[in-house]
Write a protein that binds this ligand. Structure first.
Ligand code: NAD
Length: 335
């Protein structure tokens, strides 16, 4: 199949593109190489993808509709996977403008593109952050998400809403994923795992927010990619409405639009996550216990039932295994 993926120099886009290329698909990767974190890591990811004959890179900003259009002309995509975004919860307090530009204007440009290309399936990356401080667990896709705590969450919720409107108006089959804390090799330097490993390796203290009492439903990147790949052929339509007992399908009555959590439903305490890192590194961490930060949520916990019904699959790599894989990459292959 022919794919246009935005964000292929990013953590998740890189892994998804690599998997699709291995499976023999044609992939055009669009990325702006933004300096939010070390651009050399993004370039190294793209360099690996460029070894494959089936890959073409287009460098450009989501806000630049003309360059995005060039990527689509090259791709002639059957499927668009929109992963490029200004990510990060905490950075949205420092630089809100980046979220408006990339996640609102940029995502709208992608919607326009999907409309023009008449794609078979548009897939949008949203986040568990849209659940805010939801205290009903696990988080089901049908839960209320009207109280975002950060502009990051608000911008992703807005993207979901814009996606729904376009699915309704232009009949674009659209799936919005809600990812839950994704980690693994080639991961993001702004996220806890990378930061903790970097600090522990050098004997520096690690900042542990919420005094370690937070929980996250960590999702191993290989599992996340498996879930996305399985969802590609499941473009939302009445024919695949889920009717299983106890599962609320989010398939809209107003258009071919569905929201799906991608998480394993196995939340892990931050302190247990740190223990897994210490074990993988064979070194103890020096913990600097700090209060919760503005915009942080105490817990994320995915209800994976809809994903299971749609794909027969639920992420299941354990944190110790996933962390070990990250440490191996960090120590030997990071270059
Ligand atoms: N990693 C997670 O835990 C997680 C959790 C929930 C949701 N998500 C979402 O998944 C998607 C991928 O996340 P990731 O972890 O791979 O992040 P990432 O930052 O590694 O990748 C995003 C990529 O998008 C590119 N980009 C950013 N702004 C751009 C713009 N305006 N124009 C063009 N390119 C731009 C960046 O250069 C980067 O390569 C994002 O939409 C993110 O919000 C990630």
């Amino acid at each position: 199949m022919r794919f246009l993926i935005t964000g292929t120099a990013g953590f998740i886009g890189f892994h998804l593109a690599r998997r699709l290329l291995d499976d023999g698909h044609f992939v055009v990767g669009f990325d702006g190489m933004t300096p939010y974190y070390d651009v050399r890591l993004k370039e190294a990811r793209h360099a690996l993808l460029e070894r494959s004959n089936g890959f073409r890179a287009v460098i450009g900003q989501l806000e630049d509709a003309a360059t995005l259009r060039q990527a689509a002309d090259l791709a002639e995509p059957e499927v668009i996977v929109h992963l490029a975004a200004q990510a990060g919860v905490r950075y949205s307090l420092e630089n809100p403008r980046a979220y408006v530009d990339a996640n609102l204007v940029g995502s709208w440009n992608v919607l326009e593109l999907a409309k023009a290309c008449e794609v078979r399936h548009l897939m949008l990356a949203s986040t568990s952050s849209v659940y805010g401080a939801n205290d009903k667990v696990p988080f089901a896709e049908s839960d209320k998400t009207d109280e975002p705590l950060t502009l990051y969450a608000a911008s992703k919720k807005a993207m979901e809403a814009m996606g729904h409107a376009y699915a309704h108006l232009w009949k674009i089959p659209t799936t919005a994923f809600r990812f839950f804390t994704v980690y693994g090799p080639w991961g993001r330097p702004d996220m806890a795992l990378f930061k903790f490993v970097e600090a522990i390796e050098t004997g520096a203290p690690i900042d542990v927010y919420g005094e370690g009492n937070m929980q996250r439903d960590f999702t191993y990147v290989g599992d996340l990619v498996e879930a996305i790949v399985r969802l590609v052929p499941v473009a939302p339509n009445e024919g695949n409405r889920v009717t299983a007992d106890g599962v609320t399908d989010t398939l809209s009555k107003q258009g071919p639009f569905r929201i799906v959590n991608i998480g394993g439903g196995q939340p892990v305490g931050l302190l247990d996550f740190i223990t897994a890192i210490e074990t993988a590194l064979g070194k103890p961490a020096v913990r600097n216990l700090l209060p919760m930060q503005k915009g942080d949520v105490p817990r994320t916990y995915a209800a994976p039932d809809l994903l299971r019904e749609l794909t027969g699959y639920v992420p299941d790599t354990s944190v110790p295994t996933g962390v070990r894989n990250f440490v191996e990459w960090y120590r030997t292959k990071r270059g």
